[in-house]
Design a protein around this ligand. Structure first.
Ligand code: FES
Length: 106
């Protein structure tokens, strides 16, 4: 099972095994990781699953679609490495992925 590392804004790190086919958001919610609320349940409509992807991973994950781009524009402090974790589906190629949550999602 791919291992995803979620880092809270305060630096606390969680290494979680997430099943293939789940989203990075679902992996966090199912394991009670603080900082990913996912208010819309993964419909790309709330941006409370916003994460910063560790730089070396950014080009390895599937590209954003326009709905995600639009929602990220409304997210808190979007940056170059911003993604919505509900739009990233976990697969073996994401084993070792590291994401960090923004301060507003503390
Ligand atoms: S869970 Fe709402 S945008 Fe990702």
């Amino acid at each position: 099972m791919p291992k995803i590392t979620y880092i809270e804004h305060n630096g606390k790190s969680h290494d979680i095994d997430v099943a293939n086919g789940l989203t990075v958001m679902e992996g966090a919610v199912q394991n009670n990781i603080p900082g990913i609320d996912a208010d819309c349940g993964g419909s790309c409509a709330c941006a409370t699953c916003h994460v910063y992807v560790k730089e070396e991973w950014f080009d390895k994950i599937p590209k954003k679609e326009s709905a995600e781009e639009d929602m990220l524009d409304m997210a808190f402090e979007p940056k170059k490495m911003s993604r919505l974790s509900c739009q990233i589906t976990v697969s073996n190629s994401l084993d070792g992925l590291v994401v960090k949550m923004p301060s507003k999602q503390a």
